[in-house]
Design a protein around this ligand. Structure first.
Ligand code: HEM
Length: 178
């Protein structure tokens, strides 16, 4: 997992829960990196799991809730870091349908070792978009947060429903309806 995902996660923890919680999760998680991340580095996804699990214990907030909150937070990081992508698209559906074929393709060019999910567009209509998420990391809650913020960014109103296609959520069907 890319360092930017770690550095921004720690930033969110500090902003939302304060420095004490940040220090404490870094201390209690067993991290090979010792909690020292650079945005362009690459680190074991297990470290993210350890950090989120530790944050969940500290705050009594469930892991899925935290992952979703991180997706919501990370959207603003993306808008700041890659404004051109958001200018290029004019609707939320176009952007979301373009993650696999355009956006993450560009990400792979910048970071060849990025661990990205795979999205399959099953249906793309004016008022309905059906996307299947596939990733061993099962970060579908992160995807949900990003999708919600994408709709808000383009000032569009739609409901997002999702269904886990397996027990762990490595395969999830999203249906977005206007
Ligand atoms: C992961 C870039 C939009 C879904 C990532 C990562 C980067 C990235 C750098 C981390 C890869 C790694 O850790 O190795 C971008 C950029 C975007 C964008 C530049 C737009 C400007 C989106 C959107 C979604 C999305 C709109 C919404 C569905 C995800 C998910 C992950 C991810 C779920 C976590 C990894 C996983 O589930 O396997 N993205 N992304 N991305 N992205 Fe995107």
């Amino acid at each position: 997992m890319k360092g930017i995902v770690f550095t921004e996660f720690l930033e969110m923890v500090e902003q939302k829960f304060g420095l004490d919680v940040l220090d404490s999760i870094l201390e209690t998680s067993d991290l090979k990196s010792n909690g020292i991340y650079t945005a362009v580095g690459t680190y074991d996804f297990k470290e993210m799991v350890a950090l989120i699990t530790s944050l969940s214990k500290q705050t009594n907030i469930e892991v899925p809730t935290l992952i979703h909150a991180y997706g919501v937070y990370f959207f603003d990081v993306l808008v700041k870091s890659y404004p051109n992508i958001f200018d290029y698209y004019t609707t939320a559906f176009d952007l979301l349908a373009g993650i696999e074929k355009h956006i993450h393709v560009q990400v792979r060019k910048i970071y060849p070792d990025a661990e990205l999910p795979y999205f399959i567009v099953h249906e793309e209509m004016q008022n309905k978009l059906v996307l299947e998420y596939q990733s061993d990391r099962a970060m579908y809650g992160f995807a949900l947060g990003l999708m919600e913020r994408t709709l808000e960014h383009y000032q569009e109103v739609a409901s997002i429903n999702y269904k886990l296609l397996d027990a762990t959520g490595t395969n999830v069907m999203f249906t977005i309806t206007k």
